[in-house]
Design a binder for this molecule. Structure first.
Ligand code: NAD
Ligand code: SER
Length: 311
């Protein structure tokens, strides 16, 4: 079997994706890579390579030497971190994608997964059940890089027949690996603090609704879109993907059902301004129609899994 390369494998999504891909395709067929020197213990049983995605020569060498045919490109700066280093974020988020798209254009690999985000929308987009195609005027460097990336993915598909597939992930919730500096990270921090301290100060207001998803659903969506027959992938920019939508107050009420003494207060910071421009909820009917997507984990189950995970 030709091999799969996961770039950005040490991150929140990467660790869980590598574990799942190895279960499906075999440990020796899934190579993990990241700019970090050390491979996390949970993915140590397979091959791990240190790779800076900005280095296209090193990337091509790894691809050719290891007979890689599919690349999952996860290396990026997320929204909150990107606002602190806008130029670097633009360079990493765009150049990394170009390096991988070019490999496919030059027939070195056959399939790419690259994630986009709800951050492609902006304050002029409809906030509720945000449609697949609508006004998109992101105001963060992260959102600008994701929207530009989407346009480039579609361009490489149309011009060069590059088989690139993409999802606009909502905020992802998980406990196996730490979140990487996003605006939606509160929905993970809240659980750590509920379990360890019994209280949490939230950097978003109580009524800030955002689309969210449990990690197992996100990993399943990622693998399902990559496994779908080519002709079912009608959208080559990126698919809207909805999980569930809630705000910090809703989540705190659910947590209090399990941790009755849990207390939350609110101290909004710069991330509030970012969250205010993102959708409350997402319309993902195109993903449902084209490749039969279905979310499965609801808020009660998320709370149960997260509290157990951090206990
Ligand atoms: P993360 O920050 O947790 O992980 C990113 C990984 O990329 C890190 O391990 C980092 O070391 C690595 N990396 C950074 N620079 C690199 C480089 N130059 N070369 C190689 N590796 C490098 O991010 P994540 O949450 O796992 O997100 C992965 C992708 O999914 C990103 O594109 C992100 O925008 C997207 N996404 C994530 C979420 C979410 O909620 N986690 C939501 C929407 C979209
Ligand atoms: N979870 C991500 C972030 O907050 C959304 O892309 O940056």
């Amino acid at each position: 079997m030709s091999k799969i390369l996961v770039i950005g494998a040490c991150g929140q999504i990467g660790i869980e994706l590598v574990i799942e891909l190895r279960k499906l395709y075999g440990v020796k067929n899934v190579i993990a890579s990241d700019i970090k020197e050390q491979c996390p213990p949970s993915i140590v049983e397979g091959l791990y390579l240190q790779l800076d995605i900005m280095n296209h020569i090193q990337l091509e060498e790894i691809v050719v030497k290891n007979d890689i045919q599919q690349v999952y490109l996860l290396a990026a700066l997320l929204s909150a971190t990107a606002e602190k280093k806008p130029r670097f974020a633009w360079e990493l988020n765009m150049q990394g994608l170009f390096n991988v798209l070019e490999l496919a254009k030059n027939k070195k690999i056959t399939k790419i997964f690259w994630p986009s985000s709800i951050a492609v929308f902006g304050s002029n987009s409809p906030m509720d059940l945000t449609p697949q195609c609508t006004i998109m005027e992101p105001s963060t460097v992260y959102g600008i890089s994701k929207l530009s990336g989407e346009r480039w993915c579609e361009y490489y598909f149309k011009k060069y027949n590059v088989d690139v597939r993409s999802i606009r992930y909502p905020g992802l919730i998980s406990y196996k690996s730490a979140p990487g500096g996003g605006t939606t990270d509160y929905a993970i921090d809240i659980f750590i603090n509920a379990v360890r301290e019994g209280k949490y100060t939230c950097y978003l207001n109580e009524d800030t609704n955002l689309p969210m998803m449990y990690m197992t659903d996100a990993i399943r969506a990622t693998i399902e879109i990559m496994e779908a027959p080519k002709e079912q992938i009608m959208i080559r920019s990126s698919y809207n993907l909805a999980g569930i939508s809630f705000n910090p107050k809703d989540l705190a009420i659910e947590i209090q059902k399990k941790v009755p003494d849990f207390r939350i207060d609110y101290k909004p910071d710069f991330r509030q301004e970012i969250a205010d421009t993102w959708p409350n909820s997402i319309d993902d009917s195109a993903a449902k129609e084209d490749w039969k997507w279905k979310n499965s984990v609801g808020i009660e189950e998320i709370v149960k899994k997260m509290i157990t995970g951090f206990s």
